[in-house]
Design a protein around this ligand. Structure first.
Ligand SMILES: [Zn+2]
Length: 364
């Protein structure tokens, strides 16, 4: 079967062509001898990437495979054809066997401590010192990534309860080194200011949320070339979380409100310092799947140029994750839009067609 892609086929920041073809599931820039059986017109982009998306997780913890499948389909139909899962309590390795579901890079289970993360989400270790061993176990289960919870509210402090780090700095350093020794990368959930230096000292590969970053941290993160997943849809919920915790944890509530109030400015500061800002929906806990266009729109609202956000949601992050995009002989994983989302981010909302492994899997 031959599919003709026509209009603007975006390859990367510097390259685009007027047409391409899909032959036996693979992309080619050479006109095939066979007549195409279908033509797709528009702006053709490498399949979108959601770098913080929990397939297999819902508000109360792990979900059954049928529910996980619906999550993955919602992501796919939004144009997301590559997911880094950022931690999942359910074993979703079976997704790899399904040609109709997005490509998935799993991070195993979130690593946390008892009472120091959302219940039923993470793997709660017996002691902080167990982290390096647990990192190796999750690295063996996952697809090249491990996810740590670096800070969370400490409710044992009562009314003084606030975000505090979970791991001593030396344990964190040993854990990241252990992952790197087996070729895995590590990302960390972090809301607090207090956990960032130890994460950076340890050589962390990516930061999730990073809402606590000070100007000094931003400089360090930029110098180290560590990407930050901004998760603005998630941070938008901080006001509601603060209101809920106000009575018992006033310090925590105050902190979340401050982080919420400065969220757009912080993302702008990251961008202006040269930090790669990644697009991740944080779907699967309290947020629904299939919302990459909403997260991208939030980043533009924060002040990032649409063309930067689209690059981060597509070819640039594919390359960083080691998954090919649009290229001769590569798997045809592309999304077709009616208008150029680099000029109008709203165009991401309604893909005209989604092509995964050469098959049109969704169509407007
Ligand atoms: Zn998350």
């Amino acid at each position: 079967m031959v599919l003709h892609l026509r209009g603007t086929v975006v390859i990367d920041d510097e390259h685009e062509v007027g047409e391409a073809w899909v032959v036996d599931g693979r992309l080619t820039f050479q006109r095939p001898t066979l007549e195409p059986s279908a033509v797709l017109d528009g702006w053709v982009l490498p399949g979108l990437v959601d770098v913080h998306c929990h397939i297999g997780l819902a508000a109360d913890g792990p979900v059954d495979p049928g529910t996980a499948e619906l999550q993955a389909l919602a992501d796919r139909d939004s144009g997301v054809l590559l997911v880094r899962d950022a931690g999942s309590p359910a074993d979703t390795g079976w997704v790899h066997d399904r040609a109709d579901l997005p490509r998935l890079l799993r991070a195993g289970r979130h690593l946390a401590l008892p009472k120091r993360y959302l219940r039923h989400y993470g793997r709660e270790l017996g002691a902080p010192q167990d982290l390096p061993t647990a990192v190796l176990e999750e690295a063996a289960r996952g697809d090249g990534w491990v996810k740590l919870v670096a800070d969370w509210i400490d409710r044992d402090l009562g009314a003084d309860g606030d975000l505090t780090p979970l791991w001593p700095a030396d344990v964190l350093a040993a854990a990241v080194a252990a992952a790197h020794a087996v070729g895995a990368r590590v990302t960390a959930h972090t809301f607090a200011t207090e956990s960032l230096d130890a994460l950076l000292d340890a050589g962390i590969d990516c930061l999730e949320h990073a809402t606590g970053a000070t100007p000094e941290h931003i400089d360090r993160i930029a110098a180290a070339g560590v990407p930050v997943t901004a998760t603005l849809l998630q941070i938008a919920q901080f006001e509601a979380i603060a209101a809920q915790g106000e009575a018992r944890y006033p310090r925590f509530a105050r902190r979340l409100r401050e982080l919420h109030a400065r969220r757009y400015q912080l993302v702008r500061d990251f961008y202006e310092a040269g930090v790669p800002v990644l697009v991740g929906t944080d779907a699967g806990g309290t947020l629904g799947h299939g919302r990459i266009a909403d997260e991208a729109a939030e980043l533009v609202r924060a002040g990032l140029p649409a063309r930067e956000v689209v690059a981060a949601a597509s070819w640039r992050t594919r390359e960083w994750l080691g998954v090919p995009g649009v290229g001769e002989g590569q798997s045809a994983d592309v999304v077709v839009f009616d208008a150029d989302p680099r000029l109008d981010i709203g165009a991401l909302q309604h893909p005209r067609a989604v092509v995964l492994r050469g098959h049109v899997v969704a169509r407007a």
